[in-house]
Design a protein around this ligand. Structure first.
Ligand SMILES: [Zn+2]
Length: 501
């Protein structure tokens, strides 16, 4: 490599390091905002965060840096694959910042703040009309946004690509309609089987108060046993669970401790742990590059959902976990592990997405994707959204909300302008089942291992095949490399069928 190219590369990584220093500070602040920040600091914090965010934008659109990245792109063939990929990812996000006029960004930001406020009010008062003009604006801004980024593409594709690099509606739509058809067929069969067995929904974990001071140490130990390193991570209490990667050596899994709804607490911890394990195990060769994070939301979510649903709701997992929990809470001793699994796996069409079981959950997502796609294409007017929502609920889940709070107004995402985000949840479920299939093939003894609380095979297989690669591969490339094919809904359908029928 020539000296001039070496110098350019050095400058590039120096700039990236500076950029990362600012985003780290911002990340830590937003984590603190959700955890320990005193209430009255909200105003000051907001100001600091917005100043920092402005500076980050300035840094990322700096003309000298843009030129540097462009000249490195031109000499890509002389760079290592790691440098090439990092520079490509920088260029990808630079393009997005550069293509948007400053005035447009300011107007959109303002509209999104107003739209979120309107959504809060509309939900509280159960009046969709309060939100209507705001959501209309959000859709318009999102269409315009897509036009600025790439006028030759379907606007929905531009948004999809933000979360799932390289994914288009053309690829996604057939996957979702195949899954839709399979689920619509599967659901009545499962419900029929449950009712014939006179099964009722009894969630043992929610029937007894399991106080945090005893449950938290138990869950920390469980996380360690599965592979989370607390010397490089943290766990905190928050209102809405999330995971955040401050750096590879500082990964925070945050959960909501609710003494009276421990089912939610426990599955929530396991879910965030899946995200955390991914982040803690990205290869050190990527840590100073753009690849120091997951491949995409759909791959990240596959890791959390795999651990939460496929492992965390399995009989094998509870065979090992239940006696330990019973030893800690003797009041649980009259219940068996299979009662717990039955409670965690009960299928029941319900109105609220976040409370849905692993079968109906995907129908909630399909509904949202079909509706947001139609709005983005101008095929559905926002004023007709509530009716369209209710009709689809009836078609897909056989139930209808009686008010907007439990219907069209339940999710915050659209008020924040997140279009093309919902599908990543179901992509995560499909990818999870597909990766799991490959893991099972490679680990015929997995049942006995997990039943004995031995997570070594799980940890090493996923570290080697998924986690260590960070964002080096595009999501679909990674899946093909590991499983031999791109996302295929049949794996999820087969998993659900063999678990529930
Ligand atoms: Zn998640």
């Amino acid at each position: 490599m020539s000296t001039s190219l070496k110098n350019l590369l050095q400058k590039y990584y120096q700039h990236l390091a500076l950029f990362k220093a600012f985003t780290t500070a911002l990340g830590l602040m937003s984590w603190d905002t959700e955890t320990y920040m005193p209430k009255q600091a909200a105003g000051d914090r907001g100001q600091t965060q917005s100043l920092l965010a402005g500076h980050i934008h300035h840094l990322s659109t700096d003309a000298e840096f843009v030129n540097l990245v462009n000249s490195l792109m031109d000499r890509g063939d002389k760079l290592s694959p790691i440098d090439q990929r990092s520079i490509y990812l920088t260029k990808r996000s630079l393009d997005q910042s550069i293509k948007l006029p400053k005035k447009f960004v300011e107007e959109m930001t303002e509209a999104l703040v107003a739209s979120h406020q309107a959504w809060l009010q509309a939900k509280e008062q159960n009046q969709f009309e309060i939100f209507t003009p705001h959501l209309e604006k959000v859709i318009k801004f999102r269409q315009q946004y897509a036009h600025y980024i790439d006028p030759s593409q379907d606007p929905y594709d531009v948004h999809l690509d933000t979360y799932e690099e390289g994914l288009t509606t053309k690829q996604l739509a057939p996957l979702f309609s195949e899954l839709r058809a399979g689920l619509v067929k599967l659901l009545p069969q499962i419900l029929d089987k449950q009712s014939k067995a006179k099964q009722q929904h009894v969630d043992i974990l929610n029937q007894y108060p399991l106080p945090r001071y005893k449950l938290e140490p138990f869950l920390r130990e469980l996380c360690s046993q599965i592979g989370f390193q607390f010397s490089r991570g943290q766990m905190a209490h928050v209102e809405h669970p999330f995971e955040i990667n401050i750096s590879a050596n500082d990964v925070r899994i945050n959960t909501h401790f609710d003494d009276y709804h421990s089912s939610f607490t426990i599955t929530g911890v396991i879910h965030e742990l899946g995200h955390g394990l991914y982040e803690q195990n990205i290869g050190t060769e990527y840590l100073h590059t753009e690849m120091a994070g997951g491949a995409s939301l759909g791959i990240h979510e596959s890791q959390s959902r795999l651990l939460e649903n496929i492992i965390g709701r399995s009989p094998e997992f509870w065979q090992f976990c239940w006696p330990k929990l019973q030893a800690l809470f003797p009041e649980l001793s009259k219940h068996t592990a299979s009662e717990v699994v039955a409670g965690l796996s009960f299928v029941q069409p319900s109105l609220i997405r976040t409370e849905a079981d692993e079968v109906t959950y995907n129908l909630h997502i399909i509904l949202r994707m079909e509706l947001e796609m139609a709005m983005m294409r101008g095929e559905l007017a926002v004023s007709d959204l509530p009716e369209a929502w209710n009709t689809k609920m009836q078609q897909l889940l056989g139930i209808k909300p009686t008010d907007h709070r439990t219907g069209v107004l339940q999710d915050v995402h659209w008020s924040w302008g997140n279009i093309g985000y919902f599908p990543t949840y179901t992509l995560g479920n499909m990818n999870a089942a597909q990766l799991w299939q490959s893991f099972v093939k490679a680990t015929p003894n997995w049942r006995a291992e997990i039943a004995a609380g031995n997570f070594e095979s799980y940890f090493h297989w996923f570290k080697q095949n998924v986690w260590q690669h960070g964002a080096f591969y595009q999501p679909q490339q990674l899946l093909k490399k590991v499983t031999g094919e791109s996302t295929n809904p049949q794996h999820l359908l087969k998993y659900l069928e063999s678990k529930y029928l």
